[in-house]
Ligand binder design. Structure first.
Ligand SMILES: [Zn+2]
Length: 291
């Protein structure tokens, strides 16, 4: 796996061609993003939202968020969308009810159009017996679409497969996390929400195929998630942890890093904007977006 490198064009036979390519890349990776909708490389941007969680999925023609960060990190999410030339979201998936995942939804929905908001059909309820995640979606002015394991959401050339949750956990909404596998450009991404050992074991017991090239590590890399059996079942080449260890020193835990080896492990705090993972014809690359 190689990071993307951009260098100034050298003089030579292909100098002009290279220079034009450089200009296109420079524009695409600047705030201008002139070809964002017409011609772009699909990818997933794991946005730096501190100790929260938000990932922007960009297919050839559509844009999705999986989780929205906290209310206070909505500006970071909106800046990242603008940075990537995203002016509209085809869908937002909310993995579960906790504020580090749904907290930014209302602010984001007030700033940019969202076609559809998805969440799991099971999850924690409030005192009135209403499910908390659909309630948060309604409060943001959207109508929730409930998903269950086995459902699929087609997104142009990409596909979201709903893998979990398989059953409700009454103790911790983390284990009710909507677990998605995204298939895009010949690569697969397992997006584990905040699933912990309990939810992982339910999937393993059910014999669910969990294999993926890239794992968005469950529960910010805390050591109550990512069991050795789960890590073996996924066997990722690249693992991305959404965490800020200065805010939560249990996140990106050394034990989890050890369990995930030999995968390459990245933590969103390494990049100011976020970590952009791309796949082209099965070839993976990543960029740490610092501005
Ligand atoms: Zn979380």
């Amino acid at each position: 796996m190689q990071p993307l490198y951009f260098s100034y064009p050298k003089l030579g036979r292909f100098a002009i061609k290279r220079f034009i390519l450089f200009l296109i890349l420079a524009l695409c990776f600047s705030g201008i993003a002139p070809f964002a909708h017409a011609q772009r490389t699909p990818g997933v941007l794991f946005i730096n939202v501190g100790d929260a969680d938000a990932a922007l999925i960009m297919t050839e023609t559509q844009n999705f968020l999986v989780d929205t960060g906290r209310k206070k990190t909505a500006p970071q999410v909106l800046a990242a969308l603008e940075r990537m030339g995203v002016a509209k979201l085809d869908g937002v998936f909310l993995t579960h009810s906790h504020s580090d995942h749904v907290g930014g939804l209302k602010e984001i929905a007030q700033s940019i159009p969202i076609d559809t908001a998805y969440c799991a059909a099971i999850g924690e309820q409030n005192k009135k017996g209403e499910m908390k995640t659909p309630e948060a979606i309604r409060k943001a002015g959207l109508e929730p679409v409930l998903l269950q394991a086995g459902d699929q959401v087609q997104a142009g050339d990409a596909l979201f497969e709903v893998i979990g949750p398989l059953r409700e956990d009454m103790n911790d909404d983390n284990d009710n996390s909507l677990v998605l596998r995204l298939r895009m450009q010949g690569a697969s991404f397992l997006l584990a929400g905040d699933m912990q050992f309990v939810g992982e074991q339910v999937l393993l017991n059910a014999g669910t195929d969990l294999k993926a090239d890239i794992l968005k590590v469950g529960n910010h890399g805390n050591r109550d998630a990512t069991s050795p059996a789960f890590a073996r079942a996924v066997s990722p080449l690249l693992a991305v942890i959404s965490a800020d260890t200065t805010a939560d020193d249990n996140s990106a835990h050394p034990q989890v890093m050890k369990t995930l080896a030999p995968a390459q492990i990245l933590v969103t705090q390494q990049a100011k904007v976020g970590i952009l993972v791309q796949a082209q014809e099965g070839q993976l690359s990543y960029t740490l977006l610092q501005e």
